[in-house]
Ligand binder design. Structure first.
Ligand code: HCA
Ligand code: CU
Length: 408
């Protein structure tokens, strides 16, 4: 899907005042200019988050919204229930630009369900780690491979494009993983997904895993990283640097247990820090995050990067004063880029400049009043209120910047 390039974001990385010398430390990376595909799995992995489920009309609406946002693929699982099957059918029939991926197990009956929902792309998963083969599936390595190949052949015979996920790849024997991947290549699979199913990887480990497979087969690779150690994003990016070309994300990072990499953080980090070609409408990120929050009643924490309530909230007096002069002092990505808003906290930590700004809004300019306000707020010692900077307020802020920056 062609998404209009957003001028602010295109120029962010080149705004020397904003990025300073940071990029020098970050150095060169292999993602610069590379097209990275985003697969959103909110409707599949996301629904595995405890407490998360959608109605069918919500599922369809989410798919439309994700498509408009510009993700390259949307994953959903028709095998879960009749409801899911109906939702899959509707989403496939909607004729979206994104590839609709029907997710299921490495079983002929699951492939039948992918066919039933009308998807042209199916994903099937089979564990490859010894612990999963022994305790979860009770099959040998050979059986795991032959089952998977049987399902792949069946899918191919029915004209499906197919992705195979080597579940728990990060804990599996590397030689077995590569042998498995080579067989999949021979069977003409279209993509292979390498998940870090339990979040055991360090970024360097994820890099090495992907590189190991990438060097052995010529099949496009996906990365799918769980956040059990809080490293899902770092690991996903490391996997992409090693040559994977599609990354799995969910809105608000939802997913089994503590979820996987988050759509907003992943797409923005890839774009801004790595200069990758990620074609999404970044300014919808806040809105889609809130849409999923509303549908699931799973609150987005204030501390969530980019889309959280605190992401652009400035509190300490020195911060507020600096932001009033120039928001770049404490913001890498302007809130507008992701559809979020800047907020200022007026409370015990407010300094002179912030107090002056507040009083000036009421037409009060006297220095004695400013002093009284600062000491009054200090005595009170609480965050009295927050000001959300609406468009009009941002205009006021611009005027304030003129005043402040002229004085100095
Ligand atoms: C699961 C497995 C999976 C599959 C990932 C993928 C994982 O939850 O059933 O298909 O790429 O994390 O291994 O989500
Ligand atoms: Cu997963």
């Amino acid at each position: 899907m062609l998404v209009m390039k957003d001028d602010i974001i295109e120029k962010l990385g080149e705004d020397v005042e904003r990025v300073g010398f940071g990029p020098r430390y970050n150095g060169k990376n292999s993602l610069k200019g590379r097209k990275i595909k985003i697969l959103d799995s909110t409707l599949r992995e996301g629904e595995q988050f405890p407490g998360c489920s959608f109605t069918n009309s919500q599922r369809v609406q989410i798919a439309w919204t994700l498509d408009f946002l510009g993700v390259d693929a949307i994953e959903i699982s028709p095998i879960i229930s009749r409801q899911h099957m109906e939702a899959c059918k509707k989403i496939v029939q909607a004729g979206l630009n994104a590839t609709i991926v029907a997710h299921g197990r490495a079983l002929r009956k699951d492939i039948d369900q992918a066919l039933e929902c009308g998807a042209s792309f199916a994903a099937l998963y089979h564990s490859v780690s010894d612990i999963h083969l022994k305790y979860k599936l009770r099959v040998s390595r050979e059986e795991a491979l032959s089952r998977t190949l049987d399902a792949v052949d069946y899918a191919k015979a029915h004209g499906l494009q197919i992705r195979v996920t080597l579940e728990d790849a990060s804990r599996a024997d590397p030689e077995y993983v590569v042998a498995f991947a080579k067989e999949l290549e021979r069977a003409h699979v279209d993509r292979i997904s390498l998940p870090d199913t339990v979040g055991i990887m360090a970024p360097s480990g994820m890099y090495n895993l992907v590189k190991h497979v990438k060097d052995s087969v010529n099949v496009p690779l996906d990365v799918h990283c769980h956040n059990d150690m809080g490293l899902a994003l770092a690991n996903s990016i490391a996997g992409l640097e090693a040559g994977a070309e599609q990354v799995h994300v969910t809105v608000n990072g939802l997913g089994e247990r503590v979820g996987i990499a988050d759509l907003a953080q992943t797409s923005l980090a890839l774009k801004v820090l790595y200069g990758a070609d990620v074609n999404v409408r970044f300014n919808m990120l806040f809105e889609i995050s809130r849409l999923i929050e509303e549908y699931t009643s799973i609150p987005v924490p204030n501390s969530a990067p980019l889309v959280g309530g605190n992401a652009y909230k400035h509190k300490a007096g020195t911060h507020v004063a600096a932001v009033l002069r120039n928001p770049k002092t404490y913001e890498l990505v302007p809130p507008k880029v992701v559809g979020n808003r800047r907020r200022l906290v007026f409370g015990g930590l407010l300094g002179k400049t912030g107090a002056e700004f507040l009083l000036r809004m009421f037409g009060i300019e006297a220095e004695t009043e400013t002093k009284k306000l600062v000491s009054g707020l200090k005595d009170l010692g609480i965050d009295l209120f927050e000001l959300e900077l609406t468009e009009e307020m941002e205009e006021l802020l611009k005027k304030e910047q003129d005043v402040l920056n002229k004085v100095e």
